[in-house]
Ligand binder design. Structure first.
Ligand code: NAD
Ligand code: ZN
Ligand code: ZN
Length: 340
């Protein structure tokens, strides 16, 4: 496969993406070339474009880590995939496979990992190169539009909810019901949990209620801490996907004693922790980053089993800067997916 392709490129942090013609990349040893059919737009892409995090990507970089499409070329040494296979290209582009983290089932924590759309070019383009071992086969019957948001948002909240160690019947707070959160509500329900959804936007909360949230709180209108403590006696656990540092401390205060708060959201910044409160109420706080290939397999299976459906807004690559502006400003409930 030779020739040129269209891509949206970060050329300078905080600038709009540049729509460019670039060469179609060549798959190297153990790699496949994927013709992108759909790619979800994650808030992480905004953090990437803004250079929000300490380890900034080298520029120019093509973002996008929820790409799905067909394998159109194989590099040498690829046995796992064939031309025409429908695959997904998640955040974890590759991990070393040999370190303690990789060998103990935590490849997402590998120090030698490379990340799609961050350390290597991603899916805001007509084609993307993936490591054959890390591209996943899509279940038959799952559309590209529905598969894309599961590659990061679905996987991340599936894993994050597993990390809450909740049991069926428990109350879980889903703080922030955007792209990640609206899937988290559905995964939580599929796991038998009762859900309190919080956000700052009524349209998001309306969607969360429609998707099965038992209770919703607009944190701009009501104090979610006293509300959750009063109505359910505090939640057993929480998954924080909100892009506001304030939401993190607030969620800790919504826990009942012994509660576990899992952090998914990655807004730059800090939040205060009261030591006495953490100790006396034995609160667990843990970070959670995407999920392994095994987690992705499970997240896809549960999505099929429980009929989990992303609320998708289709868009074109040409409109990517509008999509990103909306994600930051007055976001649409659900996930925007670029379709090719
Ligand atoms: P999104 O913009 O679609 O959703 C974020 C939601 O947070 C929005 O609905 C917004 O209204 C809400 N929000 C803002 N302030 C709030 C507050 N004070 N209280 C409650 N809700 C509030 O973004 P997304 O794509 O769902 O990503 C969310 C965050 O998760 C981002 O920081 C992203 O980088 C991060 N992320 C982390 C992982 C991971 O593996 N840990 C994976 C993907 C995304
Ligand atoms: Zn993401
Ligand atoms: Zn490793």
């Amino acid at each position: 496969m030779t020739g040129r392709m269209r891509a949206a490129v970060v050329t300078q942090f905080r600038n709009p993406l540049e729509l460019r013609e670039v060469p179609v990349p060549e798959p190297g040893w153990g790699e496949v070339l994927v013709r992108v059919r759909a790619c979800g737009v994650c808030h992480t892409d905004l953090h990437t474009i803004h250079g929000d995090w300490p380890d900034k990507p080298a520029l120019p970089r093509i973002p996008g880590h929820e790409a799905v499409g067909e394998v159109v070329a194989l590099g040498p040494g690829v046995e796992l995939h064939h031309i025409g296979d429908r695959v997904g290209v998640p955040w974890l582009h590759e991990a070393c496979g040999r370190c303690e983290q990789c060998m103990s089932g935590w490849e997402t924590l590998c120090a030698r990992q490379r990340r799609t759309g961050y350390d290597v070019d991603g899916g805001f383009a007509d084609f993307v190169v993936a490591r054959a071992d890390f591209a996943v086969q899509l279940p038959a019957g799952l559309s590209y539009e529905q598969a894309a948001p599961l590659m990061c948002a679905g996987l991340t909240v599936y894993k994050g909810l597993m990390m809450t160690d909740s049991a069926p019947g428990d109350w879980v707070v889903v703080s922030g019901v955007g792209g990640l959160g609206h899937l988290a509500v559905q995964y939580a329900r599929a796991m038998g949990l009762r859900v309190v959804a919080t956000d700052i936007d009524d349209a998001k909360l309306t969607l969360a209620a429609r998707l099965g949230a038992n209770l919703t709180v607009n944190v701009r209108e009501a104090d979610p801490v006293s509300y959750v403590q009063r109505t359910v006696g505090g939640a057993h656990s929480a998954l924080v996907t909100a892009v506001s540092p304030a939401a993190f401390g607030q969620t800790v205060a919504m826990m009942r004693p012994g509660g576990t708060v899992v952090l998914n959201g990655l807004p730059p910044g800090d939040f205060p922790i009261n030591i006495y409160d953490m100790v006396m109420r034995a609160i667990t706080l843990r970070g959670s980053i995407v999920g392994t290939r095994y987690d992705l397999d499970r997240a896809l299976a549960l999505a099929t089993q429980a009929r989990i459906e992303a609320t998708v807004h289709p868009a074109r690559l040409d409109d990517v800067n509008d999509v990103l502006a909306k994600l930051e400003g007055s976001p649409l409930p659900g996930r925007t997916v670029l379709e090719f």
